[in-house]
Design a protein around this ligand. Sequence first.
Ligand code: PNS
Length: 161
Amino acid sequence: MKTAIYPGSFDPVTLGHLDIIRRASIMFDRMIVAVLHNQNKRPLFTVEERMELLRRTTRDLPQVEVASFDGLLADYARVQGACAIVKGLRAVSDFEYEFQMALANRKLNPELDTVFLMTSAKYMYLSSSVVKDVAMHGGSVVGFIPDEIIPDIERRARKEG
Ligand code: PNS
């Protein structure tokens, strides 16, 4: 059974994330979408809320499990028996940081490889930060995130804004 982990903050999940999840989930038997507990960032959604948004939008993908983790990703991957980390690459600017993380993670866990999927061109500009910024300024996030979670994001943005 080949297990992969797709880690991130997912605050909130975007159509770009879902494109990577969908494409990676056909390559592995089990795909864990793992939400990082990150004390340094001030998120829009709690970890539990982010997991619920992920579960709602991946419920048609039987290989996908949604979980959360803290500490080192390399250690979490070992505990889960994962052979790969999945990452999306949007642009050359993503590469340097991701390359460094991939090498560090393999040093920490030599059984772990990082698999990079190139973003679909239509999502190149997309990130959770862009979604939050647009929503907080009252703009439309149609085409950025799945339609079914738009009311959740708009409601939260109104409350925070
Ligand atoms: O969506 P993000 O915020 O860009 O995701 C970053 C994430 C979760 C992939 C990265 O911060 C991470 O792996 N954190 C776990 C801590 C860790 O293992 N750090 C060392 C990496 S070399």
